[in-house]
Structure formats: structure tokens, C-alpha cells
Ligand binder design. Structure first.
Ligand code: NAP
Length: 238
């Protein structure tokens, strides 16, 4: 497959290695300095786009991809207020769009574990829930997209929770998400339940960016022949 990379930062570079190792070509690498090269790409020479850029860049990049009808896998976080518009453009242009806040298989297992644990704990009102996400100091958005997905999973299962808030403590109906920025941490997420007598905690720690990158490339291979809007549940067969 010919794969176009939109965003060539920390993730773009790891994705490039995985694209090549799986026998595909990287037909272009676009970052902020060479966006004019986008004009040379279309369905004629691109089989799939993988977009890992910056929150403010993703919206423009995705509008361009959808207008060209290109199968596009997006991993950029922090732009999701535009998601309904991008999904509408996808349908109008008969394109294919795939978004995941986290492409790692382990994190997607963790998403399911999070919902299962919340379901078990839901009847026990003595437990209060707190979430923490830790990332490298270069990360532009907070909370992480992964933390938002985890909080949404909690809101589905805990009937007294209606929203998340990006602070250490929340009110009765809020899921607090504490965002910490430390060194070069690739991504750590913790869900903790506290009662007077004990605590229960689940934690996912990414050791590097390979898991995210592999998942994004597998998603691009899966998406290329398809049309429509998809996510990890479809890819993982749920
Ligand atoms: N979904 C997941 O599994 C997952 C996993 C990890 C990270 N992420 C997300 O992926 C995104 C990228 O992460 P990263 O660590 O690779 O960030 P990064 O190292 O800062 O790289 C971002 C890249 O995007 C480029 N860029 C900025 N504006 C652009 C524009 N207008 N058009 C095209 N490219 C542009 C930057 O170019 P310059 O260097 O020239 O500024 C840079 O090459 C973040 O939103 C992060 O949260 C998602």
C-alpha cells in the first residue's frame, strides 16, 4: 500500500518504521513546513492516510482528506469538538474515516477492564473514583484522549456520574481527571477507587510508542478497502 503520513513527529517517525517493516511504502511525509506538497496527493496515488499531528492541525488535515475521499486513520487527540463535522464530510464524500484515542491493543483491553470494574463497583456507593493520566512534557492537550475515553466508560457504568472534569477532585456527579506531565513518559493511565477501608486500582503503562504505531498501521490496512466511519470496536471485532 502507498501510505501518506500527515504529521511527522514522534509518532509519525515510529509509524514510518512499522509501515516499511510491513511491506508498504511511505509515499509522503507532511508536517507544518511542507503542507504545500499535499496538492500532489489524491486517490490516484494514496491508498491510506495516517494522521498524527497536532490538535489545531488535525481539523484542517482531516477536512482535506475527506474532501479527497481518502481512507484516513487519525490518532491526533484534542480536536474532537469537530468530530461530527468530519464524520459528516466522510459520508458525503464516500471516504473512510477511523479514529481511536488510543491504538494500542493493551489500552483497548484496559478500556474493557475499566468498564467491567466500574460495573462491579457501581452498587457500592462507599467507593469514590479518581483517574490520573501521566504523559511527557511535550504533550499539547490535556486531558489525554485516552483518559477521556476511560472517563466516558465510567460515566456509562456509574449512574451518579454525568461528566468528567480536568481537575484532581470533582463534585458528586463528576469524574475527576488529574493530568500530570513528567519527562518523556509515553502514557500512563490509572483508575482508582477509594473507600474508608481500602483502595482498588487499575493501571496501564505504555513502555514506548510502538504499540500505538502498530495499531494505527493495522487500522490503515483494514480501512483501505472500506467506506464509512469506524473505530477500534469494529477493528477488534466487537
Ligand atoms: N491515538 C493514539 O494511539 C496516540 C498515541 C500517541 C500520540 N497520539 C497523539 O498523536 C498526536 C501526535 O503526537 P506526537 O507525539 O507525534 O507529536 P509531535 O512529536 O509533536 O508531532 C506532531 C507532528 O505534527 C506536525 N504538524 C504540526 N502542525 C501540522 C500541520 N498543520 N500539518 C501537518 N503536520 C503538522 C508537527 O510538525 P513540526 O514538527 O514541524 O511542528 C510534528 O511533526 C498528538 O495529538 C498525540 O496526543 C495519539
Amino acid at each position: 500500500m502507498n501510505i501518506l503520513l500527515l504529521g511527522y513527529g514522534k509518532m509519525g517517525k515510529v509509524i514510518e518504521q512499522i509501515v516499511l517493516s510491513r511491506g508498504h511504502q511511505v509515499i509522503g511525509k507532511i508536517d507544518i513546513s511542507n503542507r504545500h506538497e499535499l496538492a500532489t496527493f489524491s486517490r490516484d496515488n494514496v491508498d491510506a492516510v495516517i494522521e498524527f499531528s497536532a490538535p489545531e492541525a488535525a481539523y484542517e488535515n482531516l477536512k482535506w482528506c475527506m474532501s479527497k475521499g481518502l481512507p484516513t486513520v487519525c490518532g491526533t487527540t484534542g480536536w474532537l469538538h469537530h468530530r461530527p463535522e468530519i464524520e459528516q464530510l466522510c459520508i458525503e464524500n464516500k471516504a473512510a474515516f477511523f479514529y481511536a484515542s488510543n491504538y494500542s491493543i493493551g489500552v483497548n483491553l484496559f478500556f474493557r477492564l475499566n468498564k467491567q470494574l466500574a460495573k462491579l463497583i457501581a452498587p457500592y456507593s462507599q467507593y469514590s473514583v479518581h483517574t490520573t493520566e501521566i504523559h511527557h512534557i511535550h504533550k499539547l492537550d490535556a486531558p489525554s484522549g485516552t483518559a477521556i475515553t476511560l472517563a466516558e466508560g465510567l460515566i456509562q457504568q456509574l449512574s451518579n456520574k454525568t461528566e468528567w472534569v480536568n481537575t484532581e477532585e470533582g463534585t458528586e456527579n463528576q469524574i475527576p481527571i488529574l493530568s500530570l506531565r513528567e519527562g518523556e513518559v509515553p502514557g500512563t493511565h490509572i483508575i482508582r477507587y477509594d473507600s474508608e477501608v481500602d483502595s482498588i486500582e487499575i493501571k496501564h503503562t505504555a513502555h514506548n510508542r510502538q504499540g500505538f504505531a502498530l495499531g494505527a498501521v493495522v487500522a490503515a490496512e483494514w480501512l483501505a478497502p472500506r467506506e464509512g466511519v469506524f473505530g477500534m470496536d469494529e477493528l477488534l471485532g466487537e
